[in-house]
Design a protein around this ligand. Structure first.
Ligand code: FHN
Length: 587
């Protein structure tokens, strides 16, 4: 819940700051030139093929490593300056102590390569303002301000190129707790508050020049912006300085204001992927991006691999983070997991690299499906004890076999429920075994609906079966999931529903809303029909209440789409939504 409040806080600040950012700009720039679909596909080609990247959060925050003045500081390691309100003068003393003598760029590149990783994104400057490369725009950098005196980004650039790994840079272009004129979530313990700043000075003197020197000197394949809090005009300026030096550079959506090449869901996997968009889930292996000496909550290799497969089955990339130590070493627990992921990819990489989202509406209970033209890859997590695996599709299947044993075909037969494949008694791999199904012509999914009307006629719409469309709203919760962080009124939630028995239904919404956000309005939309509702406070984001909207009529059986779409959002967020239920009216 704290995360949710922080997110809302951040949104509030962003909204506020955006109002004061100067309208005039000091730079001559042109709106980024449009490119054809063919040009964009060519430029995105390596990234879409890659599917798997390494995120690296490395900075002088690795020195305190989550502890300050003898106390453990909550939050992520790279946030310690903010969370412990460390004065700039004190935080700067970490720089002369920072000497990562065990750093070997080629070792990191070798770890990435052995993991089956195809691109790397490393923090060039995080929100603490310290540059991890030789910057001429600011002397507050690893070459000028530490005894290390080397440029790790230059060394990584050479090491990655030698191993065919693409290199990108993370850059926080608005937030900077070292600077008095930065924007967004500011350092207000050393400097004036947000409304007494001149963001123009920050952009002109540090942020834009640093992004330009990164592009000009290192020619990165990708720039990964973070925490945007700037005008559209500014976002275009950043895009212009990058493209001036690296025309085919890929840029993520956090450059801000609708620019950028792909969406960046963080720490979660969108339930239904992000239809029609390029997207990448970034995620920590433990709970922190930047190193914390006592964060040992590492996800298992099984979880990490199945995340990669799940993401690829929805057409996305997985940017998995490591947080190196102040000595320049990637923690062994992270190296070990990456190595085990690489072992699986060495055998099964064909089923991940260069594949696209599988054809099914909903993940089958036994695993996930990826595809490339003419082939489906069935990633089986739960091996069937019956020796039969059902793939809910129709199509002209010509062959089926284990990816690890292409010469040994598996018997299969078609039925009304799909293609049934006879499989060996034991799986090939305890985490995921891959079966290849070669198919000629179109593949038509049979699981056209994630939700099926109950025997009693009730239609239960749980958010775990929904597709969440938009860039803010997403699933939260452990025991009971809910859609939260619904800060964009354009975001909506929808379900594909198989209706056997039409008729009249009472619609009941299960939601929560804190007093400050009450007043939102929304519609439940089914084809050309809709029924409206208004959100009142339930007391808090955790207190759920049932709201009956009234009655809606379903004309005929078949597969329909039911959506919950906001029409008005006076507060910060629309609501937290747990479920919608359509109960048959019993006259
Ligand atoms: O606040 C940062 C955080 O430190 C980290 O860099 C993540 C990585 O995506 N981005 C921001 C939180 O969304």
């Amino acid at each position: 819940m704290r995360v949710f409040i922080r997110c809302l806080l951040i949104v509030g600040l962003l909204t506020n700051a955006a109002l004061i950012a100067p309208r005039s700009s000091l730079w001559a720039f042109q709106t980024p030139p449009t490119e054809s679909k063919e040009q964009r596909d060519a430029r995105m080609g390596w990234w879409r093929e890659a599917r798997f990247g390494m995120f690296i959060h490395w900075g002088i925050y690795a020195l305190p490593a989550g502890t300050y003045q003898g106390k453990r500081v909550g939050g992520a390691g790279e946030w310690i300056m903010h969370d412990a309100k460390i004065p700039v003068a004190r935080y700067e003393t970490f720089a002369p102590q920072f000497n990562p003598v065990k750093f070997r760029a080629d070792e990191w590149a070798a770890i990435a390569q052995a993991a089956g990783i195809k691109y790397m994104v490393i923090t060039a400057k995080h929100c603490d303002g310290f540059a991890m490369y030789k910057s001429t725009a600011s002397k507050y950098n690893i070459v000028d301000a530490t005894p290390f005196k080397r440029d790790p980004l230059a060394e990584l650039s050479t090491a990655c190129a030698a191993r065919g790994i693409r290199l990108g840079f993370y850059y926080s272009h608005c937030w900077d707790w070292h600077e008095p004129n930065a924007t967004g979530l500011v350092n207000d313990w050393d400097f004036p508050p947000l409304n007494k700043r001149n963001p123009d000075a920050y952009f002109r003197l540090k942020s834009l020049p640093q992004v330009e020197e990164l592009a000009a000197h290192y020619k990165p394949s990708l720039i990964w912006f973070d925490v945007p809090d700037l005008t559209r005009q500014r976002s275009e300026e950043f895009m212009t300085v990058i493209k001036r030096h690296v025309p085919d550079c890929i840029v993520n959506d956090r450059i801000g204001n609708g620019l950028g090449d792909y969406a960046t869901p963080e720490q979660f996997i969108p339930a239904g992927g992000m239809q029609g968009r390029d997207w990448e889930t970034c995620m920590t292996i433990n709970d922190t991006w930047g190193y914390k000496s006592y964060d040992t909550n590492f996800k298992s290799t099984e979880t990490l691999l199945r995340n990669l497969i799940d993401i690829a089955s929805k057409g996305g990339n997985y940017l998995l983070n490591v947080g190196p130590t102040a000595e320049g070493l990637i923690p062994e627990a992270e190296v070990q997991r990456l190595k085990e992921m690489g072992g699986w990819l060495k055998v099964n990489g064909e089923a991940i690299y260069g594949t696209s989202a599988g054809p099914l509406m909903k993940a089958p209970a036994w695993g996930r499906v990826t595809q490339r033209p003419g082939k489906l890859y069935l990633h089986v997590f739960d091996w069937p004890a019956t020796g039969k695996l059902l793939l809910p599709i129709t199509g002209n299947v010509v062959k089926a076999y284990l990816l690890t044993a292409p010469g040994r075909t598996l018997a299969f037969s078609a039925s009304d429920d799909g293609v049934e494949i006879r499989v060996p008694a034991k799986p090939v791999d305890p985490i995921a075994s891959v079966i290849v199904v070669e198919i000629h012509g179109d593949v038509r999914p049979l699981d056209t609906a994630r939700v099926v009307q109950g025997a009693d006629g009730t239609i239960r719409l749980a958010v775990t079966d929904a597709e969440i469309v938009g860039s803010g709203a997403r699933l939260f919760g452990d025991r009971e999931k809910f859609v939260g962080y619904w800060v964009n009124a354009g975001d909506y939630v929808e379900w594909a529903v198989k209706v056997a028995r039409p008729g009249d239904f009472d619609v009941v919404v299960n939601y929560a809303c804190e007093p400050g956000s009450a007043g939102s309005e929304f519609k439940l939309v089914i084809g050309d029909k809709s029924i409206g509702g208004k959100i009142s406070s339930t007391g808090s984001w955790d207190d759920y209440r049932l709201l009956t909207l009234g009655t809606i009529h379903l004309d005929r059986p078949g597969t329909i789409t039911i959506a919950v779409k906001p029409t008005k959002k006076p507060g910060l967020a629309v609501m937290n939504l747990r479920s919608v239920t359509l109960r048959p009216r019993r006259d």
